[in-house]
Structures are given as C-alpha cells and as structure tokens.
Design a protein around this ligand. Structure first.
Ligand code: TXA
Ligand code: MG
Length: 286
C-alpha cells in the first residue's frame, strides 16, 4: 500500500501467517521488528503501554505524518512483529488509501517498506512490482496504486521510552522539530537501537560514492568516464525534492546499467540530514 513516505508491504498484524509471509517475501530476519500502522492516535493507547508525554505530544502534532514513535507494547500487540522486544513502533500514515485500508480492517497493519532486505525502498507501484513481483501471488496479493509517494524516504523514528526522546532514524520530521515539540531530543546511542538501521542499507546494484560538492563529483566523473565506466551524477538543489526523487533516481541508474552513482550530498539542514543518512548508508562498504 502507498503511504506518504514509501510503499509498505502491508499485512494484518493479527494474522500470524500473513506476518510470516511479509518476512519471507522481504527476506527479512525475524528479529527485525515491524512498524504498526494505525488510522488515528487512538492506536497509541490501544497498542502502546507506558506511553510517555513526549510520545503523546509528538502524535498530537505530527500525525497523520512521517513520524514513528517507539513506546512500550500493550497486550494487544501481536507476538511476532516486535522481534521479541518489549517495545513497539507505531505510526499514522498521511495517506487516505493507507488509513482507509486500516479503518476497513478495524485494526493495525504492519507495513515494512516493500523492498527486499537491505535494498532501496519503493516509491511507486512499478518499483514494488520490480522489487517483489516474483514473490507475489496474484490470487491473494494486491498492489494498491496511489501513484508516486510524496516524501520519498522512510519516516523519522523516535524512541520515546528513554527519558529524553532519541531519534533512531532521521526523516522528514527533523530532530530540531522534535526538540521544538517535546523540549529535548538526543541522537541515538547504544548498539542496534533500530535493528534495520544497518551501516549498509538502501543500496542499489550500482556503487554509490558521495561528495560534499559538485566540483569534486565532476572531477570523479571525468576520471571514471575516461576509464569507460558508466556513471550518473545525482545532485538536487532542494533537499525536499532530493528526498522525493532519491530512490527513484537510484533505481533508474540500475535500470540504465550505470556502474557508479556520484551523489552530491545536500546541506545538513531539514530533510537534507535524512537524505545524507540514506546516501551514506547506500554507499557504505564500497
Ligand atoms: O515510512 C515508513 O516508516 C515506512 C512506511 C511503509 O510506513 N515503513 C518502514 O518500515 O520504513 P521498515 O520496516 O522498512 O523500517 C522500520 C524500522 C526498522 O529499522 C525497524 O528495525 C525499526 O523500524 N523498528 C520497528 N520496531 C522497532 C522496535 N520495537 N524497536 C526498535 N526499532 C524498531
Ligand atoms: Mg525498510
């Protein structure tokens, strides 16, 4: 299903077989928890326990929207979606097709990004088919076409179980905005706080190299081109626009047989911080 961030591989969170299939189709380790998608902030009380004031405040200000809060889990949270943890991640997506599905079902759906483990998240229905088409079963699976997603990168994840909320995954809603809303915010600390946040992630088949400025990227482009290597330069001035086209551009590079994507990093402000995070991960290990 579409959301405002990326397409999600949605399943009834209470249906253990469907959840197992989500893990299988993605090739995702079972100890990586899934986000519960709910239709309104009532879901926070239904599925959350020990919900802190900061979680409540963030939900009130940011939902529906690209923000996921981590809170204690209530007894209503099905086993097998939290990777054995005592916490649960919850969000209300800002997309009428997503909330419509959740409302009609009457309970939460899990919706990890609809890509294979470690790869680029899909932002169009075509990406979903390219990514998962082989694993889908036309007799029971369905791609809901909501066109291209608007935000383009995954939701901000905020751990609200710590005294000072911590940003586990940067996104369109920035740490600065969260600080304005709840008064204080910290960067994530401690190992593997969000198990999907691996150093190498969001990777196309092409190698990704990152640059602080356009000139450096162009020098590298000249070098590689002289060596006969197919390259693509990714450089978008407006950070919100950068986020919205990022994954589509990485996929397009693969489709065109590009060997190396030279990405000029946006300035570390606003959503530019999250775009930098994704590009660094996409380039890790190269
Ligand atoms: O924008 C989004 O959040 C998209 C759309 C489809 O809603 N969904 C998404 O889900 O990005 P996914 O599963 O690809 O990423 C969820 C991240 C993973 O890194 C996971 O480890 C983390 O959230 N997460 C979920 N529950 C958690 C928990 N209880 N504790 C720590 N991390 C958690
Ligand atoms: Mg994902």
């Amino acid at each position: 299903m579409p959301t405002e961030t990326v397409y999600g591989l949605a399943a009834d969170a209470a249906n253990a077989d469907a959840v197992a299939r989500v893990y299988a189709v993605k090739g995702r380790p079972r100890d990586h928890p899934l986000i519960l998608h709910v239709a309104s902030s009532e879901g926070l009380d239904r599925y959350g326990a020990d919900v802190s004031d900061s979680a409540r405040r963030l939900a009130e200000v940011c939902w529906p929207g690209p923000l996921t809060v981590l809170v204690g889990r209530s007894a209503a949270v099905p086993d097998g979606i939290t990777g054995g943890r005592s916490t649960v991640a919850i969000r209300v997506p800002a997309h009428p097709l997503a909330t419509g599905i959740i409302e009609r079902l009457g309970r939460a759906v899990v919706a990890p990004s609809a890509n294979r483990f470690g790869r680029v998240s899909p932002t169009t229905p075509r990406h979903v088919l390219d990514e998962l088409g082989d694993a889908l079963d036309p007799s029971r699976d369905l791609v809901v076409d909501g066109g291209a997603t608007t935000v383009g990168i995954e939701s901000t994840i905020v751990d609200c179980t710590t005294p000072v909320p911590q940003v586990l995954r940067p996104g369109a809603i920035t740490a600065a905005e969260i600080e304005r809303i709840v008064g204080d915010v910290a960067a994530a600390s401690g190992p593997a706080r969000a198990p999907g946040m691996l150093a190498r992630h969001y990777s196309p088949t092409a190698a990704v190299e990152v640059f602080e400025d356009r000139e450096a990227a162009e020098r590298r482009q000249a070098q590689l081109t002289a060596d006969g290597v197919a390259v693509d330069v990714l450089d978008v001035d407006d950070p919100a626009e950068y986020a919205s086209v990022l994954y589509q551009r990485l996929r397009a590079a693969d489709d065109a047989g590009v060997a190396v994507v030279l990405a000029v990093l946006p300035s570390p402000e606003g959503i530019g911080i999250a775009v930098r995070d994704r590009l660094h991960r996409a380039s890790a290990g190269r």
